[in-house]
Design a protein around this ligand. Structure first.
Ligand code: TYD
Length: 205
């Protein structure tokens, strides 16, 4: 039996990832999931990390909690699903840690790379779909939400993350697919499906 493919969506808050994760997973007959919080154990880590009242959480503790969530997610859900021959479509992946804890919080990226690689036992996503929406547009959208601990950060934090994602995508173009996130939902969902199938040579039945 052939294994499924591991597809992750990346982007900043408010870029529309979660909609397209669901849409793509449905179209591929795969499993939609997310980091942090894709498992029951991960959900409690997610609550602690996103709680805006946890102002004391240290950047290194945050990085380790993200990695712990991810280790559990890979072992409990991602790897068994892939082995069962199904595609996994995940809202975020280890690349979010390089972007947020690395570029955003300015922790050492090589170190983050190493311990995240350990956390996921070397299983990086086969394809990363980056939904590209101009930073100013995203910051406008955030104004309409009740903000979690990350969303309360300033423009400079998001700007560094935005640059980080683009830097990683440019360095690894075979793994990253950048899509313009500004077209209407249905049009974007169709573009993503076509391009993902083309890149991963998936034939829809
Ligand atoms: P997410 O649920 O994707 O938020 P949104 O839907 O608003 O984009 O992710 C929750 C937050 O966790 C988000 O602000 C990004 C942050 N995050 C990290 O800082 N590092 C990580 O490794 C991951 C997976 C997420």
């Amino acid at each position: 039996m052939t294994t499924g493919r591991y597809i992750a969506f990346e982007g900043l808050e408010g870029c529309g990832k979660s909609t397209h994760v669901t849409r793509l997973a449905d179209a591929l007959g795969g499993v939609a999931t997310r980091e942090p919080g894709g498992t029951e154990i991960g959900a409690s880590l997610r609550t602690a990390m996103l709680d805006a009242s946890n102002t004391m959480l240290s950047p290194r503790a945050e990085a380790l909690m993200m990695a712990a969530d991810r280790a559990q997610h890979l072992d409990e859900l991602v790897l068994p699903t892939l082995r069962a021959g199904k595609h996994v479509v995940s809202d975020r992946s280890a690349f979010s840690s390089l972007a947020y804890q690395g570029y955003g919080r300015m922790l050492d990226i090589d170190e983050l790379n190493r311990f995240n690689n350990w956390a996921i036992a070397g299983n990086w996503p086969d394809l990363v779909v980056f939904i590209d929406v101009p930073l100013e547009q995203l910051l406008e959208r955030l104004k309409k939400r009740e903000l979690d601990r990350f969303e309360r950060e300033d423009r400079a934090f998001f700007k560094r993350i935005f640059t980080g994602f683009h830097t990683m995508a440019a360095a690894d173009p075979n793994r990253w697919l950048i899509v313009d996130g500004t077209p209407p939902k249905d049009e974007l969902a169709a573009t993503i499906l076509t391009q993902v199938c083309e890149r991963l040579q998936i034939t829809l039945s």
